[in-house]
Design a protein around this ligand. Structure first.
Ligand SMILES: Nc1nc2c(c(=O)[nH]1)N[C@H]1C(S)=C(S)[C@@H](COP(=O)(O)OP(=O)(O)OC[C@H]3O[C@@H](n4cnc5c(N)ncnc54)[C@H](O)[C@@H]3O)O[C@H]1N2
Ligand code: MOO
Length: 403
């Protein structure tokens, strides 16, 4: 059985995005993925300007004790016809273009003005409070590369560069199935032997945070022919199919066997707890992620494996797809070594020295309620005991695709 890291590496390197592009208005681009490298259209700053409300001082500033104020320049003005010589100053405001000949800007709190003559009450250095043309971005350089996830910060930067529309990857179509004769939808009366479907609701609500087209494909019965037919039909339209349940070894588990028969089963079973029967494959041109049915196994394999792979398939750069972990101090110890890498639901709490990790009770793989108190998953390596105060690897839970 593959280890978690081997499986993650395989998923990230072998799920090759094959994406179409489209142009969208900048304001519609949040959560999408940039589809081309973009270059700086305008030097930033576009013109040298003042970082403070104050006075622009001309020429040799060390040679003067006082300056004559000869101009006034506000943001939005041009300073084209203005030139400052030694001993001359201009009243200037934050963001206003500096006149030629400016050596430094003195902020107004450090000045005195009498009869249009300026004296300063602090030391001043050459270049102080000047934001120089192109000091941040130079025209023609690539400033955002293809595969960049578009956050509000990226939108602001694109707006500042005058981009009204941008090239993005087209969203994917994702089908979500549950499997199992025991499943009912909330709202239906609960009867003997049945349970309510939790996994499809988990996956649908989580996937809604992405820009993709999400199709609620309903529940598959524990039936070989019906499973094969539904997966085959879905693969005609879906880029990605996600199922939960029916991937273990029982004779009612038909999902991975259907994929192996009709397509290709690339991976089945990992040395992780929970989530061991996780499977990944393809049918026609659809990538299929098959999650184990226990709700906690569904959650953990989705967060730790499918979200990274989905990011990659969405076109995000590989290094931005790897789940982020921090090291934090365990406030608990474990007493039994596991032969699989274990993911435990924990609470990360700030402490004087960093972050502490508190273990939550009720860790069974059917025990969904623990997730509402958990804000992270702790990774316990195989054949390892955790002792109190050990530093362990912890993955903060996140429901969006940006982190
Ligand atoms: N003989 C063995 N039995 C099992 C093994 C094994 O290795 N040998 N593995 C166990 C592990 S680990 C897991 S995890 C489960 C996974 O099994 P399946 O993926 O086949 O899932 P199901 O059998 O269909 O369901 C398991 C469990 O989860 C409940 N379930 C399923 N779907 C949903 C849903 N949408 N919402 C809420 N709950 C769901 C289902 O009723 C079962 O209780 O197999 C172990 N068995
Ligand atoms: O994935 Mo299973 O029991 O390891 O929950």
């Amino acid at each position: 059985m593959l280890d978690y890291y081997q499986a993650l590496h395989k998923l990230l390197t072998q799920t090759i995005p094959s994406l179409n592009k489209k142009r969208v208005a900048l304001i519609e681009a949040d959560h999408l993925i940039l589809a081309e490298d973009l270059t700086v259209q305008y030097d930033t700053p576009f013109f040298s300007n003042s970082a403070m409300d104050g006075y622009a001082l001309g020429g040799d500033i060390d040679a003067c004790q006082e300056w004559k104020i000869i101009h006034r320049i506000a943001a939005g003005d041009t300073a084209q016809s203005v030139f400052l010589k030694t001993g001359e100053a201009a009243r200037i405001f934050t963001g206003a273009p500096i006149p030629e000949g400016t050596t430094a800007i003195i902020q107004q709190e450090n000045t005195q003005v009498n009869d249009n003559i300026l004296t300063i009450t602090s030391v001043i250095k050459k270049g102080q409070n000047i934001r120089y043309k192109a000091e941040e971005l130079k025209k023609g350089n690539v400033f955002l590369s293809s595969g960049q996830y578009i956050t509000p910060a990226v939108i602001a930067l694109l707006a500042s560069q005058g981009y009204a529309t941008i090239p993005v990857f087209k969203p994917l179509t994702i089908y979500v199935f549950s499997t199992g004769n025991e499943l009912l939808n909330p709202g239906e009366p609960l009867t003997a032997g049945k349970i309510y479907d939790a996994n499809r609701y988990l996956l649908l609500s989580w996937l809604k945070q992405t820009p993709h087209h999400i199709i609620d494909a309903g529940t598959l019965p524990d039936n070989k022919e019906a499973t094969e037919q539904a997966l085959n039909n879905a693969s005609q339209k879906a880029d990605i199919i996600i199922t939960s349940g029916g991937v273990s070894v029982g004779e009612e588990d038909h999902v991975h066997t259907a994929i192996a028969k009709l397509g290709k089963l690339t991976l089945w079973k990992l040395a992780i707890k929970p989530g061991k029967p996780f499977a990944w494959g393809e049918i026609n041109n659809s990538t299929v992620f098959m999650l184990p049915g226990n709700p906690v196994s569904t959650f953990i394999t989705f967060q730790q494996l499918v979200v990274p792979a989905l990011k990659r398939l969405s076109g995000i750069k590989i290094e931005q797809c790897v789940p982020k972990a921090i090291m934090a101090k365990a406030m608990f110890s474990t007493h039994k070594k596991q032969n699989r890498k274990e993911f435990l639901r924990v609470q990360l709490q700030p402490s004087a020295t960093g972050m502490d990790v508190k273990l939550l009770s009720h860790q069974g793989s059917a025990m969904l309620s623990t997730f509402t108190q958990a804000n992270a998953l702790a990774e316990i390596p195989e054949d390892t005991l955790v002792h109190e105060n050990d530093y362990i690897k912890v993955y903060p839970l996140s429901y969006n695709f940006n982190t």
